[in-house]
Design a protein around this ligand. Structure first.
Ligand code: THU
Length: 161
């Protein structure tokens, strides 16, 4: 008999920047700096990502576009692939993401695309330790997820191969 599978996700909504702890606000600030350096001449949609590593260092990424549109890459994956290429064995503690449109200061909700969520899930499972994901939310709020699993339930993984 068919039955319902109820899935519960936990996402904390922080009402303002004051609710971020010191590391979170530093990560968000670095993500904003990264967004300023995005190469997004086609969309003018500037995405910045910052990874906090276990040793307290940060690694930044931003979206990189291309005239051949699909050749470009999102900020989250630029950060994660760059980090993994340079520090393959370091644990990622946190990923912060922010977005704004060029020539605007207001932050937009930073909701990672499905492909980026899949890549986040792979690194979380590889390191066998949660990655906290902090996203810019609407109207000055932030979304705090304790694990990538909260952003991608019923996730495909290498274990399924
Ligand atoms: N983009 C990201 O960097 N991250 C996402 O999660 C969604 C989209 C970028 C890709 C492209 O450069 C621009 O935003 C518009 O889609």
């Amino acid at each position: 008999m068919a039955h319902k599978l109820d899935i519960t996700l936990h996402i904390e909504v922080l009402e303002s920047v004051e609710e971020l702890n010191a590391q979170e606000s530093q990560a968000m600030q670095l993500a904003q700096e990264a967004a300023n350096d995005a190469y997004a001449p086609y969309s003018n949609y500037l995405v910045g990502a910052a990874l906090l590593l276990e040793d307290g260092t940060f690694f930044k990424g931003n979206n990189q576009e291309n005239a051949a549109y699909p050749s470009g890459l999102c900020a989250e994956r630029t950060a994660l692939f760059g980090m993994s290429a340079n520090h393959p064995n370091k644990i990622i503690k946190m990923l912060a993401v922010t977005v704004r449109r060029r020539n605007e200061t207001e932050h937009l909700p930073a909701l990672p695309c499905g492909a980026c969520r899949q890549v986040m899930a792979e690194y979380e499972s590889k390191q066998n330790e949660n990655i906290m994901v902090l996203l810019q939310g609407p109207n000055g709020t932030f979304y705090r997820c304790q694990s990538v699993r909260d952003l991608l339930p019923l996730c495909f993984s290498g274990k399924d191969l």
